[in-house]
Design a protein around this ligand. Structure first.
Ligand SMILES: [Zn+2]
Length: 364
């Protein structure tokens, strides 16, 4: 199996199209054509992890955080990023990063966080905007069903808990082919009027290539008439952070003690207790200060995230308990999930969980 053969499985785990614009995801180091001897899954692809990969005979590292983030102008080994990259290249080790592609996935980082805390009825905290597109195409009536099914087959027409969603209306299409044309209906040079269906479906942006390929395959015409629109609707199943409920309300201190125990953090910094029970909880693994407003709007009793600055604790506005449990700790089970996912998809392939602790933060 080559590195590029694993891309579709990694796409299934976390479509790279879900990643934020600022991010740097996908294959960062190495050749897609290289044969893979084994996969090592880690949180941060540091030099120590590359050494572990060599020892474990894994030449593909799948990491959560991208080791290359802001680009390199020199590669001399003067910092930890350059040293990791140099070592990987020297030993023919490829590095693939997932990051916000999995942050935004409904089964990803924040679902894992919610499950760790025992939250139920979970939904996305900040649904992803500008990610839905709409395809409109015109199909001779006899072919409508085949085209609809072909589009559904590659993921078009999914809305929340529903799939096979489409809208079909009837009308008349006209066309006249020139002397080079070879029309399926009618003759070149003669205007043809045909009873057609207008078929409308929505899909997630990253599926566009597959959707168009399926359309061209299933549609009978030599020239397929179609339109693509960007929709402003937010995508409810994809986005940053998550919110859910505890089965039973908990007293604030007991709740944070539970969070501490379940995430194994060395300490929690939190805003003032409000004397209110905690039941509705928002989470965002990693740096989540940008989501405080969303947690307030959703009337969360607590928002658990990381990397909060002094002034950001004020933003709790005495309406929720804001807690910083540590960046690594808020994402710590992500790599286990990746190993589980890849092992299920490739049962006969070595997928190894890194045992190197890459958390740079220590607690006294
Ligand atoms: Zn992170």
């Amino acid at each position: 199996m080559k590195v590029k053969d694993i891309f579709p499985i990694l796409e299934e785990l976390a479509p790279l199209g879900y990643a934020e614009d600022f991010d740097n995801v996908g294959l960062l180091v190495g050749s897609p054509e290289q044969e893979v001897s084994g996969i090592l899954v880690c949180h941060d692809a540091l030099e120590t992890v590359v050494t572990e990969a060599i020892e474990q005979k894994c030449n593909l590292i799948v990491c959560f955080h991208p080791i290359l983030f802001s680009g390199l102008k020199k590669i001399t080994g003067k910092n930890y990023v350059e040293r990791a990259v140099i070592k990987a290249i020297k030993h023919d080790i490829a590095i693939y990063a997932i990051h916000t592609a999995l942050d935004n996935h409904q089964e990803g980082v924040n679902k894992i966080f919610c499950t760790t805390l025992g939250l139920e009825n979970t939904r996305i905290l900040i649904p992803k905007a500008n990610y839905i597109q709409k395809l409109v195409t015109y199909v001779p009536i006899a072919n409508t069903e085949a085209v609809r099914q072909a589009l559904f087959g590659v993921g078009a027409g999914a809305i929340g808990n529903y799939d096979h969603c489409s809208f079909v209306s009837e009308g008349k299409g006209s066309f006249r082919g020139n002397e080079k044309s070879n029309p399926v209906l009618g003759k070149a040079g003669v205007e043809e009027v045909v009873g057609e269906h207008k078929v409308e479906v929505i899909y997630e942006k990253h599926l566009e290539g597959k959707i168009l390929a399926a359309l061209f395959q299933a549609h009978p015409y030599e020239e397929v008439a179609y339109e693509i629109y960007n929709l402003e609707n937010a995508l409810q199943n994809v986005g940053m952070g998550m919110i859910g409920e505890l089965k039973e309300p908990m007293e604030e201190r007991a709740f944070l003690e539970m969070v501490k125990e379940k995430t194994g953090t060395g300490g929690i910094r939190h805003s003032a207790f409000l004397g209110k029970p905690i039941q509705k909880v928002a989470v965002l693994g990693g740096s989540g200060s940008f989501a405080i407003k969303a947690a307030l709007q959703q009337k969360a009793d607590a928002f658990i995230t990381a990397d909060l600055k002094y002034h950001q604790f004020y933003e709790a506005e005495n309406q929720l308990v804001l807690a910083d449990i540590g960046h690594f700790e808020s994402e710590r089970y992500t790599k286990n999930y990746i190993v589980e996912f890849l092992s299920k998809k490739m049962p006969n392939f070595a997928v190894i969980l890194s045992t190197v602790n890459t958390n740079p933060v220590n607690y006294l």
